[in-house]
Design a protein around this ligand. Structure first.
Ligand SMILES: NC(=O)c1ccc[n+]([C@@H]2O[C@H](COP(=O)([O-])OP(=O)(O)OC[C@H]3O[C@@H](n4cnc5c(N)ncnc54)[C@H](O)[C@@H]3O)[C@@H](O)[C@H]2O)c1
Length: 386
Protein backbone atom coordinates (compact mmCIF):
# COMPACT_ATOMS: atom_id res chain seq x y z
CA UNK A 1 0.00 0.00 0.00
CA UNK A 2 1.26 3.48 -0.82
CA UNK A 3 -0.03 6.76 0.57
CA UNK A 4 -0.32 9.67 -1.85
CA UNK A 5 -0.29 12.91 0.10
CA UNK A 6 -2.09 15.86 -1.49
CA UNK A 7 -1.27 19.24 0.01
CA UNK A 8 -4.29 21.57 -0.05
CA UNK A 9 -4.30 25.32 0.57
CA UNK A 10 -7.71 26.31 1.92
CA UNK A 11 -8.26 30.02 1.29
CA UNK A 12 -10.88 31.75 3.44
CA UNK A 13 -10.39 29.05 6.05
CA UNK A 14 -11.90 31.11 8.87
CA UNK A 15 -15.15 31.54 6.94
CA UNK A 16 -18.27 29.72 8.02
CA UNK A 17 -18.45 27.25 5.17
CA UNK A 18 -14.74 26.44 4.95
CA UNK A 19 -14.11 25.94 8.66
CA UNK A 20 -17.21 23.84 9.28
CA UNK A 21 -18.19 21.84 6.20
CA UNK A 22 -14.96 21.63 4.24
CA UNK A 23 -12.41 21.28 7.04
CA UNK A 24 -14.18 19.92 10.14
CA UNK A 25 -16.77 17.73 8.39
CA UNK A 26 -14.96 16.60 5.24
CA UNK A 27 -11.17 16.87 5.02
CA UNK A 28 -10.18 16.37 8.67
CA UNK A 29 -12.33 13.20 8.96
CA UNK A 30 -10.87 11.81 5.70
CA UNK A 31 -7.37 12.40 7.07
CA UNK A 32 -8.21 11.06 10.55
CA UNK A 33 -9.62 7.87 9.04
CA UNK A 34 -6.20 7.23 7.49
CA UNK A 35 -6.89 8.81 4.11
CA UNK A 36 -9.24 8.09 1.24
CA UNK A 37 -9.06 4.50 -0.02
CA UNK A 38 -8.04 4.27 -3.67
CA UNK A 39 -7.73 0.61 -4.59
CA UNK A 40 -4.97 -0.66 -2.34
CA UNK A 41 -3.56 2.88 -1.92
CA UNK A 42 -4.67 5.80 0.24
CA UNK A 43 -5.02 9.47 -0.66
CA UNK A 44 -4.05 11.60 2.32
CA UNK A 45 -5.02 15.29 2.45
CA UNK A 46 -2.55 17.65 4.12
CA UNK A 47 -4.26 20.88 5.14
CA UNK A 48 -2.88 24.42 5.05
CA UNK A 49 -5.45 26.93 6.29
CA UNK A 50 -4.95 30.37 4.72
CA UNK A 51 -6.57 33.61 5.77
CA UNK A 52 -6.03 37.03 7.29
CA UNK A 53 -6.77 36.57 11.00
CA UNK A 54 -3.91 34.66 12.71
CA UNK A 55 -5.79 34.15 15.95
CA UNK A 56 -8.85 32.62 14.29
CA UNK A 57 -6.71 30.52 11.97
CA UNK A 58 -4.65 29.16 14.87
CA UNK A 59 -7.82 28.21 16.76
CA UNK A 60 -9.32 26.33 13.79
CA UNK A 61 -5.96 24.70 13.02
CA UNK A 62 -5.66 23.51 16.62
CA UNK A 63 -9.12 21.95 16.58
CA UNK A 64 -8.63 20.26 13.23
CA UNK A 65 -4.94 19.32 13.29
CA UNK A 66 -4.13 21.53 10.31
CA UNK A 67 -1.27 23.92 9.51
CA UNK A 68 -2.05 27.60 8.93
CA UNK A 69 -0.65 30.76 7.38
CA UNK A 70 -1.51 34.39 6.77
CA UNK A 71 1.04 34.45 3.94
CA UNK A 72 -0.86 33.13 0.95
CA UNK A 73 1.96 33.90 -1.50
CA UNK A 74 4.38 31.78 0.51
CA UNK A 75 1.92 28.87 0.60
CA UNK A 76 1.38 29.19 -3.15
CA UNK A 77 5.14 29.04 -3.72
CA UNK A 78 5.42 25.79 -1.73
CA UNK A 79 5.45 22.72 -4.04
CA UNK A 80 4.19 20.54 -1.18
CA UNK A 81 0.75 22.02 -1.86
CA UNK A 82 -0.59 21.07 -5.26
CA UNK A 83 -4.26 22.01 -4.71
CA UNK A 84 -5.80 25.43 -4.08
CA UNK A 85 -9.32 25.62 -2.70
CA UNK A 86 -11.14 28.93 -2.54
CA UNK A 87 -13.95 29.53 -0.06
CA UNK A 88 -13.17 33.16 0.75
CA UNK A 89 -15.61 35.96 0.00
CA UNK A 90 -17.09 35.69 -3.49
CA UNK A 91 -15.81 39.10 -4.67
CA UNK A 92 -12.17 38.07 -4.05
CA UNK A 93 -12.43 34.78 -5.96
CA UNK A 94 -11.25 35.79 -9.41
CA UNK A 95 -7.99 37.31 -8.14
CA UNK A 96 -7.32 34.40 -5.79
CA UNK A 97 -7.89 31.80 -8.48
CA UNK A 98 -5.77 33.69 -11.02
CA UNK A 99 -2.86 33.69 -8.56
CA UNK A 100 -3.26 30.01 -7.76
CA UNK A 101 -3.44 29.07 -11.45
CA UNK A 102 -0.29 31.12 -12.12
CA UNK A 103 1.36 29.10 -9.33
CA UNK A 104 0.34 25.88 -11.13
CA UNK A 105 -2.11 24.59 -8.51
CA UNK A 106 -5.06 22.34 -9.27
CA UNK A 107 -8.23 24.31 -8.49
CA UNK A 108 -11.31 23.48 -6.44
CA UNK A 109 -13.72 26.36 -5.91
CA UNK A 110 -16.79 27.27 -3.92
CA UNK A 111 -19.70 28.67 -5.85
CA UNK A 112 -20.13 30.97 -7.66
CA UNK A 113 -16.82 30.11 -9.35
CA UNK A 114 -16.79 33.55 -11.02
CA UNK A 115 -18.86 36.73 -11.02
CA UNK A 116 -19.45 36.49 -14.78
CA UNK A 117 -19.38 33.67 -17.31
CA UNK A 118 -16.66 35.40 -19.36
CA UNK A 119 -14.42 35.71 -16.32
CA UNK A 120 -14.99 32.05 -15.49
CA UNK A 121 -14.08 31.09 -19.05
CA UNK A 122 -10.82 33.06 -18.75
CA UNK A 123 -9.94 30.99 -15.68
CA UNK A 124 -10.92 27.74 -17.40
CA UNK A 125 -8.76 28.52 -20.43
CA UNK A 126 -5.81 29.35 -18.16
CA UNK A 127 -6.24 26.07 -16.25
CA UNK A 128 -6.52 24.04 -19.43
CA UNK A 129 -3.44 25.73 -20.91
CA UNK A 130 -1.46 24.55 -17.88
CA UNK A 131 -3.05 21.11 -17.75
CA UNK A 132 -4.48 21.75 -14.28
CA UNK A 133 -7.31 19.74 -12.81
CA UNK A 134 -10.40 21.60 -11.63
CA UNK A 135 -13.64 21.20 -9.76
CA UNK A 136 -16.56 23.21 -8.40
CA UNK A 137 -18.48 22.69 -5.17
CA UNK A 138 -21.95 21.41 -6.10
CA UNK A 139 -23.01 20.03 -2.76
CA UNK A 140 -26.80 20.27 -2.72
CA UNK A 141 -27.40 17.14 -4.81
CA UNK A 142 -25.80 15.22 -1.96
CA UNK A 143 -28.60 16.23 0.43
CA UNK A 144 -30.51 13.10 1.46
CA UNK A 145 -33.86 14.52 0.30
CA UNK A 146 -32.53 15.47 -3.12
CA UNK A 147 -30.70 12.14 -3.47
CA UNK A 148 -34.00 10.36 -2.95
CA UNK A 149 -35.68 12.63 -5.47
CA UNK A 150 -33.01 12.23 -8.14
CA UNK A 151 -33.14 8.44 -7.72
CA UNK A 152 -36.86 8.61 -8.52
CA UNK A 153 -36.15 10.69 -11.63
CA UNK A 154 -33.40 8.29 -12.73
CA UNK A 155 -35.80 5.35 -12.29
CA UNK A 156 -38.39 7.14 -14.49
CA UNK A 157 -40.88 7.21 -11.61
CA UNK A 158 -42.51 10.41 -12.89
CA UNK A 159 -43.49 9.17 -16.36
CA UNK A 160 -43.61 12.24 -18.60
CA UNK A 161 -42.55 15.14 -16.42
CA UNK A 162 -45.16 17.91 -16.46
CA UNK A 163 -43.52 20.52 -14.27
CA UNK A 164 -41.50 21.33 -11.16
CA UNK A 165 -41.36 23.83 -8.37
CA UNK A 166 -38.37 24.74 -6.22
CA UNK A 167 -38.98 26.90 -3.17
CA UNK A 168 -36.28 28.17 -0.91
CA UNK A 169 -35.64 30.73 1.78
CA UNK A 170 -36.58 31.99 5.18
CA UNK A 171 -36.74 35.24 7.08
CA UNK A 172 -33.37 36.97 7.46
CA UNK A 173 -33.58 39.63 10.16
CA UNK A 174 -32.40 43.13 9.27
CA UNK A 175 -30.53 43.57 12.54
CA UNK A 176 -32.78 46.13 14.25
CA UNK A 177 -34.58 43.91 16.76
CA UNK A 178 -32.88 40.60 16.09
CA UNK A 179 -29.30 40.25 14.83
CA UNK A 180 -29.01 39.44 11.12
CA UNK A 181 -28.10 35.77 10.68
CA UNK A 182 -26.17 36.08 7.38
CA UNK A 183 -22.87 37.92 6.70
CA UNK A 184 -23.45 41.47 5.46
CA UNK A 185 -21.43 40.93 2.24
CA UNK A 186 -24.40 38.90 0.97
CA UNK A 187 -26.35 42.15 0.69
CA UNK A 188 -23.71 44.29 -1.09
CA UNK A 189 -23.13 44.15 -4.82
CA UNK A 190 -19.45 45.10 -4.61
CA UNK A 191 -18.84 42.12 -2.31
CA UNK A 192 -20.50 39.56 -4.62
CA UNK A 193 -23.87 39.63 -2.85
CA UNK A 194 -27.36 39.08 -4.24
CA UNK A 195 -29.67 36.13 -3.79
CA UNK A 196 -29.56 35.11 -7.46
CA UNK A 197 -25.75 35.20 -7.70
CA UNK A 198 -25.38 33.44 -4.35
CA UNK A 199 -28.10 30.78 -4.47
CA UNK A 200 -29.10 30.19 -8.10
CA UNK A 201 -25.83 28.42 -8.99
CA UNK A 202 -27.07 25.61 -6.72
CA UNK A 203 -30.46 25.44 -8.40
CA UNK A 204 -28.86 25.14 -11.84
CA UNK A 205 -27.09 21.87 -11.11
CA UNK A 206 -29.93 20.55 -8.95
CA UNK A 207 -32.47 21.12 -11.74
CA UNK A 208 -30.35 20.13 -14.75
CA UNK A 209 -28.79 17.05 -13.14
CA UNK A 210 -32.22 15.84 -12.03
CA UNK A 211 -34.43 16.88 -14.94
CA UNK A 212 -32.25 17.66 -17.95
CA UNK A 213 -31.05 20.83 -19.67
CA UNK A 214 -32.70 24.24 -19.38
CA UNK A 215 -33.72 25.97 -22.61
CA UNK A 216 -34.60 29.47 -21.39
CA UNK A 217 -35.38 31.46 -18.25
CA UNK A 218 -37.16 34.62 -17.15
CA UNK A 219 -36.95 36.20 -13.70
CA UNK A 220 -38.31 38.97 -11.55
CA UNK A 221 -36.49 40.14 -8.45
CA UNK A 222 -36.80 42.69 -5.69
CA UNK A 223 -35.12 44.06 -2.62
CA UNK A 224 -37.54 43.37 0.19
CA UNK A 225 -35.31 44.76 2.95
CA UNK A 226 -33.52 47.87 1.65
CA UNK A 227 -31.61 48.68 4.83
CA UNK A 228 -29.75 46.38 7.22
CA UNK A 229 -27.38 46.55 10.16
CA UNK A 230 -23.98 44.92 9.71
CA UNK A 231 -21.70 42.92 12.03
CA UNK A 232 -20.34 46.13 13.60
CA UNK A 233 -23.77 47.62 14.22
CA UNK A 234 -23.61 50.09 11.30
CA UNK A 235 -26.61 50.71 9.03
CA UNK A 236 -26.04 50.03 5.34
CA UNK A 237 -28.11 50.09 2.17
CA UNK A 238 -28.86 46.82 0.45
CA UNK A 239 -28.15 47.24 -3.28
CA UNK A 240 -28.88 43.66 -4.41
CA UNK A 241 -31.84 41.33 -4.76
CA UNK A 242 -33.01 39.42 -1.69
CA UNK A 243 -36.12 37.89 -3.34
CA UNK A 244 -36.44 36.35 -6.79
CA UNK A 245 -38.97 34.38 -8.83
CA UNK A 246 -38.04 32.54 -12.00
CA UNK A 247 -39.78 30.60 -14.76
CA UNK A 248 -37.66 27.92 -16.38
CA UNK A 249 -38.45 26.10 -19.61
CA UNK A 250 -36.52 22.87 -20.02
CA UNK A 251 -35.39 21.36 -23.32
CA UNK A 252 -38.02 18.68 -22.66
CA UNK A 253 -40.70 21.38 -22.86
CA UNK A 254 -41.65 21.09 -19.18
CA UNK A 255 -41.87 24.38 -17.31
CA UNK A 256 -41.00 24.95 -13.67
CA UNK A 257 -40.57 27.73 -11.16
CA UNK A 258 -38.16 28.89 -8.52
CA UNK A 259 -39.43 31.04 -5.67
CA UNK A 260 -36.55 32.15 -3.47
CA UNK A 261 -36.55 34.74 -0.74
CA UNK A 262 -34.76 35.99 2.34
CA UNK A 263 -38.01 37.74 3.28
CA UNK A 264 -40.45 34.89 3.71
CA UNK A 265 -41.69 32.88 6.66
CA UNK A 266 -41.48 29.14 6.21
CA UNK A 267 -44.76 27.20 5.99
CA UNK A 268 -43.67 24.38 3.72
CA UNK A 269 -42.15 21.00 4.49
CA UNK A 270 -38.60 22.33 4.74
CA UNK A 271 -36.32 25.34 4.13
CA UNK A 272 -35.83 24.00 0.61
CA UNK A 273 -38.52 22.01 -1.18
CA UNK A 274 -38.31 20.66 -4.72
CA UNK A 275 -41.48 19.16 -6.19
CA UNK A 276 -41.59 17.30 -9.48
CA UNK A 277 -44.90 16.42 -11.13
CA UNK A 278 -45.35 13.80 -13.81
CA UNK A 279 -48.02 11.73 -15.49
CA UNK A 280 -47.17 8.68 -13.35
CA UNK A 281 -46.68 10.44 -10.04
CA UNK A 282 -45.30 13.38 -8.10
CA UNK A 283 -42.65 13.71 -5.44
CA UNK A 284 -41.51 16.49 -3.18
CA UNK A 285 -38.17 16.57 -1.41
CA UNK A 286 -37.01 18.66 1.48
CA UNK A 287 -33.41 18.73 2.67
CA UNK A 288 -33.67 15.29 4.27
CA UNK A 289 -37.05 13.79 3.57
CA UNK A 290 -38.96 12.98 0.40
CA UNK A 291 -42.62 12.15 -0.18
CA UNK A 292 -44.33 10.61 -3.20
CA UNK A 293 -47.89 10.40 -4.50
CA UNK A 294 -48.61 8.15 -7.47
CA UNK A 295 -51.29 8.55 -10.07
CA UNK A 296 -53.31 5.82 -8.30
CA UNK A 297 -53.04 7.74 -5.00
CA UNK A 298 -54.17 11.03 -6.51
CA UNK A 299 -57.53 12.26 -5.23
CA UNK A 300 -60.13 13.02 -7.89
CA UNK A 301 -60.60 16.64 -6.93
CA UNK A 302 -63.67 17.93 -8.78
CA UNK A 303 -64.67 21.15 -7.09
CA UNK A 304 -64.15 23.47 -4.18
CA UNK A 305 -66.76 25.01 -2.00
CA UNK A 306 -67.05 28.70 -1.37
CA UNK A 307 -69.40 28.00 1.56
CA UNK A 308 -67.60 25.34 3.59
CA UNK A 309 -64.13 23.98 4.02
CA UNK A 310 -64.21 20.49 2.48
CA UNK A 311 -61.82 19.42 5.22
CA UNK A 312 -59.62 17.29 2.98
CA UNK A 313 -56.17 16.35 4.22
CA UNK A 314 -54.30 16.66 0.93
CA UNK A 315 -51.11 15.43 2.58
CA UNK A 316 -52.71 12.09 3.45
CA UNK A 317 -52.09 10.92 -0.13
CA UNK A 318 -48.35 11.46 0.15
CA UNK A 319 -46.05 8.74 1.42
CA UNK A 320 -42.58 9.21 2.77
CA UNK A 321 -39.71 7.29 1.21
CA UNK A 322 -38.10 5.29 3.96
CA UNK A 323 -34.37 5.27 3.41
CA UNK A 324 -32.35 5.98 6.48
CA UNK A 325 -29.06 6.04 4.60
CA UNK A 326 -26.30 6.27 5.56
CA UNK A 327 -25.91 9.56 3.70
CA UNK A 328 -22.44 11.04 3.48
CA UNK A 329 -21.80 14.72 4.15
CA UNK A 330 -22.35 16.36 0.72
CA UNK A 331 -19.17 18.45 0.97
CA UNK A 332 -17.21 15.30 1.74
CA UNK A 333 -18.65 13.65 -1.38
CA UNK A 334 -17.29 16.61 -3.38
CA UNK A 335 -13.84 16.34 -1.80
CA UNK A 336 -13.64 12.59 -2.30
CA UNK A 337 -14.48 13.05 -5.99
CA UNK A 338 -11.97 15.85 -6.38
CA UNK A 339 -9.13 14.12 -4.51
CA UNK A 340 -9.60 10.99 -6.65
CA UNK A 341 -9.70 13.19 -9.76
CA UNK A 342 -6.38 14.82 -8.80
CA UNK A 343 -4.68 11.63 -7.64
CA UNK A 344 -5.84 9.21 -10.33
CA UNK A 345 -7.61 11.20 -13.06
CA UNK A 346 -11.00 9.72 -12.06
CA UNK A 347 -13.82 11.65 -13.78
CA UNK A 348 -15.05 14.81 -12.07
CA UNK A 349 -18.63 15.59 -13.00
CA UNK A 350 -18.68 18.88 -11.09
CA UNK A 351 -15.72 20.37 -12.91
CA UNK A 352 -15.10 24.09 -13.48
CA UNK A 353 -17.22 24.05 -16.67
CA UNK A 354 -20.15 22.87 -14.57
CA UNK A 355 -19.40 25.70 -12.13
CA UNK A 356 -19.44 28.18 -15.03
CA UNK A 357 -22.80 26.81 -16.21
CA UNK A 358 -24.04 27.50 -12.64
CA UNK A 359 -22.89 31.11 -13.03
CA UNK A 360 -24.48 31.24 -16.48
CA UNK A 361 -27.86 30.52 -14.94
CA UNK A 362 -27.51 33.39 -12.46
CA UNK A 363 -26.27 35.68 -15.23
CA UNK A 364 -29.17 34.72 -17.52
CA UNK A 365 -31.67 35.47 -14.76
CA UNK A 366 -30.16 38.91 -14.11
CA UNK A 367 -30.18 39.64 -17.85
CA UNK A 368 -33.82 38.62 -18.12
CA UNK A 369 -34.70 41.05 -15.32
CA UNK A 370 -32.80 43.84 -17.07
CA UNK A 371 -34.29 43.15 -20.50
CA UNK A 372 -37.73 42.05 -19.30
CA UNK A 373 -37.48 39.05 -21.61
CA UNK A 374 -36.74 35.33 -21.77
CA UNK A 375 -33.01 34.55 -21.98
CA UNK A 376 -31.62 31.47 -23.67
CA UNK A 377 -29.49 29.11 -21.62
CA UNK A 378 -27.71 27.90 -24.74
CA UNK A 379 -24.43 29.74 -24.44
CA UNK A 380 -22.06 27.37 -26.14
CA UNK A 381 -19.99 26.72 -23.05
CA UNK A 382 -17.01 24.43 -23.61
CA UNK A 383 -17.88 20.75 -23.27
CA UNK A 384 -17.26 19.11 -19.92
CA UNK A 385 -13.59 18.81 -19.22
CA UNK A 386 -12.65 20.74 -22.39
N1 LIG B 1 -21.73 25.53 -1.11
C1 LIG B 1 -22.46 26.16 -0.23
O1 LIG B 1 -23.52 25.69 0.18
C2 LIG B 1 -22.01 27.47 0.34
C3 LIG B 1 -22.58 27.94 1.55
C4 LIG B 1 -22.14 29.15 2.05
C5 LIG B 1 -21.18 29.89 1.38
N2 LIG B 1 -20.67 29.42 0.22
C6 LIG B 1 -19.65 30.21 -0.51
O2 LIG B 1 -18.47 30.23 0.27
C7 LIG B 1 -17.88 31.52 0.24
C8 LIG B 1 -17.72 32.04 1.67
O3 LIG B 1 -18.99 32.13 2.27
P1 LIG B 1 -19.18 32.10 3.87
O4 LIG B 1 -20.65 32.03 4.10
O5 LIG B 1 -18.29 31.09 4.48
O6 LIG B 1 -18.72 33.58 4.23
P2 LIG B 1 -17.97 34.13 5.49
O7 LIG B 1 -18.23 35.59 5.49
O8 LIG B 1 -18.29 33.32 6.71
O9 LIG B 1 -16.45 33.82 5.15
C9 LIG B 1 -15.75 34.50 4.15
C10 LIG B 1 -14.26 34.25 4.32
O10 LIG B 1 -13.59 35.07 3.40
C11 LIG B 1 -12.70 35.90 4.09
N3 LIG B 1 -12.68 37.21 3.47
C12 LIG B 1 -13.63 38.15 3.50
N4 LIG B 1 -13.24 39.24 2.82
C13 LIG B 1 -12.00 38.94 2.38
C14 LIG B 1 -11.06 39.66 1.65
N5 LIG B 1 -11.32 40.92 1.26
N6 LIG B 1 -9.89 39.06 1.37
C15 LIG B 1 -9.64 37.80 1.77
N7 LIG B 1 -10.50 37.07 2.49
C16 LIG B 1 -11.66 37.65 2.77
C17 LIG B 1 -13.21 36.00 5.50
O11 LIG B 1 -12.17 36.33 6.41
C18 LIG B 1 -13.72 34.60 5.70
O12 LIG B 1 -12.66 33.73 6.00
C19 LIG B 1 -18.77 32.38 -0.65
O13 LIG B 1 -18.23 32.41 -1.95
C20 LIG B 1 -20.10 31.65 -0.68
O14 LIG B 1 -20.78 31.83 -1.90
C21 LIG B 1 -21.06 28.24 -0.31
Amino acid sequence: MTTKTIGIILNGATGRICSTQHVANALAPIRDEGGLPDGTDRIMPRLMLAGRNAEKLAAIAKNTGAEWTTDLDKALADPAYTVFFDAAATSQRQGALEKAIAAGKHIYSEKPVALLVDKGLELLRAMNAKGLKHGAVEDKLGLPGLQKLSRLAAANYFGRMTGFRLEFGWWVFDGTEVACQRPSWNYRKKDGGGLILDMYPHWRYVIENTLGPMRRVISAMSTATPERIDERGAHYSVDVDDSASTLIELESGAVGTILASWATRVRRDDLLTFQIDGTAGSAVAGLHRCWTSTSAQTPRTAHFSIATDLNVDYRANWHEITDSGPFKNPYRIGWENFLRHVATGAPMQADFSAGIRDVQFAEACYRSVKDGAWVSMDHGLPARGA
